[in-house]
Design a protein around this ligand. Sequence first.
Ligand code: ADE
Length: 224
Amino acid sequence: MRIDIITVMPELLESPLNHSMMKRAQEKGLLEIKLHHLRNFAVNKYGQVDDMQYGGGAGMVIMCEPLSKAIESLKSERTYQEIIYLTPDGKTFNQQTANRLSLHENIMMICGHYKGIDQRIRDLYVTLEISIGDYVLSGGELAAAVLVDSIGRLIPGVLNDETSALTDSHQDGLLAPPVYTRPAEFKGLSVPDILLSGHFAKIEEWRHEQAVKRTQERRPDMSN
Ligand code: ADE
C-alpha cells in the first residue's frame, strides 16, 4: 500500500510514521508513506498557501491553487482509491473504516490547518472526510498519523503474529479482555486461576466472557 500525505507541517508526521510498527512495515516493503510539503506548491515566492476567509472572521484558509496543484501532480502518477481530508466535521473514524481502507492500494490524505481548506477542494477532489473524534486538533497531521498507524498495522504481514490484529479491541465489536504477564502475584493481586490452568478452550471462553462484560460496562453503545 502507498499513502501520500499533503501537509504544511511534515515534521509533525515524521517521527510517528518512522518508528515502531510503521517503520517495520516500510522496511518490509509492505507500506510506502510519502510526505508532500504544500509549500512546494505555494502561490508566490514567500511560500504563501493560505489567505483570509471571504466574509470575514478569524483564521486563515488554505487556498485552492496550491492544494489543487499538489493533488493533480499526485493524481497524474497513480490512481487513488480514496482522497481523504482529515477534519473535525468528517465521519468519525472506527475499526471498520480502518479495515476497509487497509485493502486499498493507494490512498491520499490531506491535512488541514488554521480554519481548514477551501470548500471547493473538498467538492472537487475529496472522496472521504474523516474525523478521529469530537475534539479539535491544531491540524490534520496527528489525525493522519492515527489513520496511517491503524490502517498500516492491518496490512497482512505487518504484525509479527497476524492473529493479534484479530483479537484487538473493536475488531469483533467487543473491547479486548484483560491481559496479564509475570509475576503471578503482584502487590496482593493474583492473575485469575483460569489463565494458569493450561486449559485453552476454557481460557478462550473466559476471555470471551470478560470481553462481553467489559463492553457492556464501558461501552453499552457498542452492544446495539
Ligand atoms: N483536524 C482537526 N481536528 C481534527 C479531528 N478531530 N479529526 C481529524 N482531523 C482534525
